[in-house]
Design a protein around this ligand. Structure first.
Ligand code: ADP
Length: 307
């Protein structure tokens, strides 16, 4: 999302084939344009308003046109929760960011889901089984990604159909991770998309017939898309740098975690660890998803990244 799309558009004008299409990238990299696109194509998403800057948001609060609680999102440049501010009441007004923003009301979220889809030039589309982000209710952090999501078959089908419709509407080839909110009354709302291999597809390299990385290459090269079938249920754990540790990374506990049946570790080779830096991830396969979660918790406890 952070690439120079003007340069890509120019290359396209000069006759080069660019996947994913720079036009789609332009829409996706601006959260405001992305939401306008969903609105235009009647794709279900939370209602929203656009504001030029933080001052405009404060004016809207004062004149009563914007009510708390709301979620402010920087239109561009955000990632992993950076560029997102939850404003619940007056005490949070100091957190309002000065940037050009898209603002949504707080959605009552029962589950956060993601569906990775792929499309090639032929127009073939495949979807991976929906995954669920499971939160730790005490730390209020994403603990695991669980595949498959614990949802009804109907909701799963609906989520897949929605994700397929979105990649088709963007008219793009490649991989698209579609993040969704499921509300308590079983409504699916698109939160946002990412046009690339994504955290919510990391498990596929170990747990599905075709990994998201190979699928991406198949999609952009207009090859037959691979099967998205699961070989096994799985849990994915992000391996983050420990709080209060900055410096050359060390991994005590790695060997102990390697002994866990079905656990595989993917380290990114980053030399320096920082608090909560994504240093790698682990996938844990188990035919019993509850056992996979237990093993995932063990990995979270034992796998330390310190300096
Ligand atoms: P990022 O691009 O940083 O991932 P998101 O738009 O996905 O930002 O927001 C990060 C998280 O904030 C979401 O995963 C969700 O938990 C929460 N969130 C985002 N929008 C809303 C909303 N409208 N209502 C409630 N929670 C939200």
């Amino acid at each position: 999302e952070h690439v120079n799309t003007d340069a890509l558009l120019k290359l396209e004008e000069e006759g080069l084939k660019i996947h994913p299409s720079p036009r789609a990238l332009n829409l996706i990299k601006d959260k405001g344009l992305q939401k306008l696109f969903y609105q235009k194509h009647s794709i279900p998403t939370a209602s929203f308003d656009l504001y030029e800057d933080g001052e405009a948001i404060k004016v809207a609060i004062k004149d009563g046109s914007l009510k708390t609680p709301f979620v402010q999102k920087a239109r561009s440049g955000g990632y992993d929760g950076n560029g997102v501010a939850v404003i619940k009441n007056e005490a949070d007004f100091a957190k309002i960011m000065p940037t050009s923003s898209m603002v949504e009301p707080m959605v009552n979220i029962a589950k956060e889901l993601a569906v990775v889809v792929a499309r090639n030039e032929n127009g073939d589309i495949v979807a991976y089984p929906p995954v669920e982000m499971e939160f730790n209710s005490i730390a209020n952090l994403v603990e695991f990604l669980v595949c498959p999501a614990d949802i009804s078959e109907n909701i799963a089908k609906e989520a897949e159909a929605l994700a397929k419709a979105v990649i088709e509407k963007f008219d793009m080839c490649g991989l698209l991770a579609v993040e969704l909110f499921l509300t308590p009354d079983n409504q699916l709302l698109i939160n946002e998309v990412a046009p690339r291999p994504h955290n919510s597809g990391h498990h596929t390299i170990d747990s599905c017939y075709t990994s998201q990385f190979q699928q991406h290459l198949r999609a952009i090269l207009n090859l037959p898309l691979g099967s998205t079938k699961m070989k096994s249920p799985s849990v994915m754990v992000n391996l983050l740098g420990a709080a209060e540790h900055t410096g050359p990374a060390q991994y005590p506990g790695f060997a102990e975690c390697m002994a866990i049946e079905g656990a595989k570790f993917h380290l990114y080779g980053k030399k320096i660890t920082k608090p909560f830096r994504k240093m790698g991830h682990a996938t844990i396969l188990d035919a019993d998803i509850e056992k996979a979660k237990e093993k995932g918790r063990l990995v979270m406890e034992k796998f330390q990244i310190i300096s």
